[in-house]
Design a protein around this ligand. Structure first.
Ligand SMILES: [Zn+2]
Length: 207
């Protein structure tokens, strides 16, 4: 569906990059929302960092050092050699580690598709989103600005697998972990005290 809805290889590549990194809901429309990260991250790794010459936003392909997580190879919370995990806020990492230990009893492993990101990586995501969607307004619905993103401060993770998303949404607040965006079933932050109630979700990245 992603391929068919785009005009050519350049735009398709950009769309895959964006979908893989941001979790995403663009193509195929809102119907693609819930299980998107897993199926999207199955895209070949060659789709990730191929620069488009002369195209705005293609000048900075993010690397592992920027917090990039390889498509199709999600991390676990114990992968502390990866900057995406190592540079998470210590309290968030501790909460996720403890929650993961409990979830493991239910046979669930949190597959982390994005954690900490550099500011440059976040700016790149925004530029890619604008180029793909055609307007800043549309882009801001799915990508936060670099100075507002909780990924840049290390205070958010994206969870790719649906069973883990559902587990965290049900039990995560025991560790203060909450889903914070109504349009992102995969995005979790520490947003309450352990055992507290999660705040009302924001509509999208603008909220
Ligand atoms: Zn996120």
């Amino acid at each position: 569906m992603v391929e068919a809805s785009l005009p050519g290889p350049t735009r398709r590549r950009r769309a895959l990059v964006l979908l893989g990194a941001a979790g995403a809901l663009l193509f195929g429309g809102t119907l693609a929302l819930s299980a998107m990260p897993v199926s999207v991250s199955a895209a070949p790794a060659t789709d990730v960092v191929v620069p488009d010459e002369g195209v705005v936003g293609a000048d900075f392909p993010p690397t592992v050092a920027d917090g990039l997580v390889d498509d199709g190879m999600p991390l676990t919370i114990s992968n502390t050699s990866a900057p995406a995990i190592a540079r998470l806020d210590p309290d968030l990492r501790r909460a996720l580690t403890e929650a993961q230990a409990m979830a493991a009893d239910d046979g669930i492993r949190f597959q982390i598709t994005s954690g900490w990101r550099s500011e440059a990586y976040q700016r790149w995501l925004m530029t890619e989103a604008i180029a793909t969607l055609g307007s800043e307004e549309a882009a801001r619905e799915i990508v936060a600005e670099a100075d507002a993103s909780s990924h840049v401060t290390g205070r958010a993770v994206d969870i790719g697998n649906l069973d883990a998303q559902e587990w965290l949404e049900e039990y995560g607040r025991g560790w203060g972990l909450c889903r914070t965006y109504a349009n992102e079933s995969w995005h979790f932050e520490r947003a309450t005290s352990p055992g507290g109630d999660c705040p009302t979700m924001k509509t999208d990245a603008r909220g």
